[in-house]
Design a protein around this ligand. Structure first.
Ligand SMILES: Cc1ncc(COP(=O)(O)O)c(C=O)c1O
Length: 373
């Protein structure tokens, strides 16, 4: 399989650990191991006593059980643990698609969601949100894209990079359309749980639809990206078995310490996610003030969920803006061109505690370049 370079990941590989002010990260604030262990008395002794042999290929049973608490109708044997969400995306596309199949992908998209399907030999149609309407998706557009070769529809709610979150009526209609047509919904829900108003939380597709696959991960909502623990949840037995067998060729099983720590974290999922939502609330208030003061330069729409948004730069090329900001102030934004050459937006991330420092420097930059204009 031939894959194009993953533009966003190449950009992060170059800058993430060399830049002091990351203002486009999609993961929430992380923590050190001792802070996680402190959630439960005796957890540090249990970690020290952990056996470091191979683990169960489908995932540690206690972890799979902990993951079921995030769903309504999913049992532990319907959860397949992977090395991050990324492995699950790679494996799903390889298992569910064949050359000549058709797949529709919610766009702009995290590149692997479309690129791996393309690498498998499937035809990929972008289903793009409307920037004039808060990046809303139109089901009529999807319906007209469907063919008898359409095997899967890939969606990502809350959405990276736009922050778009549909209504629950919308997802019910999408689920009903999948029942009528027969395509599988692959639902990337890695930002689920980061809704600022809990009543906006959507049902997981794996709960709603017995063919759908829900994708989850420890990286975003829980800020534990270094664990590299992701999973799929599905009631689709055949797909589950095929995915489990495919994993024998990628990672076989997961890291035992990571499974232990992920299980511990999910025992306190609400507390960890609430800590991160508090950070997001406070950061969004600052972003509202910042963008409110610079309406001539940026178009900003406050998202209802997630840890990223996609404001538009109203003046000048976005690549130049991001690279000049990085050079002069050490602040990293992600130019929208990494999602496609047509985008004039940039991704901003607001799940990290140091956002106020990064934003101060962006403010200095904007004031400085404003003086020159
Ligand atoms: C929408 C989406 N899906 C999947 C992933 C991959 O997650 P992970 O790096 O934890 O495997 C990301 C990471 O940025 C993402 O934004």
């Amino acid at each position: 399989m031939k894959l194009d370079p993953f533009r966003l990941e190449r950009y992060f590989a170059q800058h993430e650990f060399a830049t002091p002010y990351l203002l486009c990260s999609s993961d929430c604030e992380s923590m050190v191991v001792s802070d996680l262990l402190a959630f439960e008395p005796g957890a540090d002794e249990r970690l020290s006593a952990l056996w470091l042999g191979y683990t169960e290929s489908i995932g540690n049973p206690a972890l799979r059980q902990a993951i079921t608490t995030l769903y309504e109708h999913i049992t532990a044997d319907q959860v397949l643990v992977h090395a991050g969400a990324e492995e699950a995306i790679f494996n799903f596309m390889n298992v569910a698609l064949s050359p000549g199949d058709h797949v529709v992908v919610h766009a702009p998209y995290y590149q692997s969601l479309g690129e791996v399907a393309h690498g498998v030999g499937a035809d990929v149609t972008r289903w793009q949100g409307d920037p004039e309407r808060g990046w809303e998706l139109d089901l009529e557009v999807l319906k007209s894209a469907l063919t008898d070769r359409t095997k899967a529809v890939v969606v990502n709610f809350p959405h990276n990079p736009t922050g778009f979150l549909p209504t629950s009526e919308f997802v019910q209609e999408l689920s009903a359309l999948s029942d009528r047509h027969g395509f599988v919904i692959f639902s990337d829900e890695v930002y689920r749980g980061l809704e600022l108003d809990p009543s906006d939380r959507l049902p997981a597709f794996a709960d709603m639809n017995d063919r759908a696959v829900s994708l989850g991960v420890m990286s975003k909502t829980y800020g534990l990206a270094g664990l590299r623990i992701g999973w799929i949840a599905t009631r689709n037995d055949r797909l589950f078995r095929e995915l489990a067998a495919f994993k024998d060729y990628t990672t076989i099983c997961n890291s035992a310490p990571s499974e232990f720590l992920a299980t511990l974290a999910l025992g306190h999922a609400d507390a960890i996610a609430e800590r991160n939502r508090q950070i997001i609330r406070s950061n969004l208030n600052r972003l509202d003030l910042f963008f409110g003061a610079h309406t001539e330069m940026f178009a900003w729409e406050r998202p209802k969920a997630g840890s990223v948004a996609f404001p538009t730069l109203l003046q000048g090329p976005v690549d130049e803006f991001c690279s000049d900001l990085l050079k002069k102030k050490g602040v990293l934004l992600l130019p929208g061109t990494l999602y496609g050459p047509e985008f004039k937006s940039f991704r901003i991330g607001f799940g990290r505690r140091n956002l106020p420092d990064s934003l101060d420097r962006l403010e200095q930059y904007v004031r400085g370049s404003g003086d020159k204009r």
